[in-house]
Design a protein around this ligand. Structure first.
Ligand SMILES: [Fe+2]
Length: 218
């Protein structure tokens, strides 16, 4: 084969290879554009058996009581989006966690410490038109066998329901070593929030951002 023809033929073959690969490039780019759903974790045994009458998004105050929950106030906020990145308004978000004494409310947790009756223990809210939600709760504390965590459920009519748990950066996960070995580093990172001062909101308070991606058709 003459050299010039050989070069021309190679160019044609290269072009054919490029075009035959193009649809795959487009498809894989489309998939890569999708966000990964937030990793799920087990519900655990302490979801309330009956939901409290006061179950708003402020867990530091219980209606009808004059006191305020013990612990460090934590503003937990974020967005809920589809895998296409579209904000999901009207998503129902629930959180529950133990109080500053390590006690879960509205369920027999077998604990012996007196519960903090001023802590609501459970709260729920709906995302706004921009897919945003916000809670005021306490910085999670450890209890026997577990690292500090907040339980969360998220539901939306167009999405698969999510149940998961949120951890704080810097807290040792040693207590959860057996449990966490099922989760890779990427999942752990996505379930870990950074706590920053929220002194603009109130002295000594912390803020954490936990953005949620729900599994949707697109
Ligand atoms: Fe828990």
């Amino acid at each position: 084969m003459p050299k010039a023809v050989s070069h021309a033929r190679r160019r044609v073959l290269a072009a054919m290879a490029l075009f035959s690969a193009l649809p795959w490039v487009v498809v894989s780019d489309a998939l890569a554009d999708n966000l990964k759903p937030t990793p799920s974790q087990p519900e655990g045994p302490f979801y309330p058996r009956t939901l409290p009458e006061d179950r708003d998004a402020d867990l530091l105050i219980v209606a009808g009581r004059s006191g305020r929950a013990e612990g460090t106030p934590l503003y937990l906020e974020g967005t809920v989006r589809s895998i296409a990145g579209t904000p999901l308004s009207g998503a129902r978000i629930e959180i529950w966690q133990c109080d500053a004494h390590g006690r879960y409310h509205y369920v027999n947790d077998g604990g012996s410490a007196p519960p903090d009756e001023n802590f609501q223990g459970y709260g729920e809210t709906d995302t706004d038109a921009d897919g945003r939600y916000k809670f005021r709760t306490i910085r999670p504390v450890a209890y026997t066998g577990r690292a500090p965590h907040i339980h969360l459920k998220a539901k939306h009519p167009d999405a698969r329901p999510l149940t998961t748990q949120i951890y704080a950066a810097g807290d040792p996960l040693d207590a959860d070593a057996g449990f966490m070995r099922f989760y890779g580093q990427e999942s752990r990172d996505r379930l870990t929030v950074v706590l920053t001062p929220a002194t603009d909101a109130e002295p000594g308070a912390l803020r954490a951002r936990f953005d949620i991606v729900l599994a949707t058709e697109r």
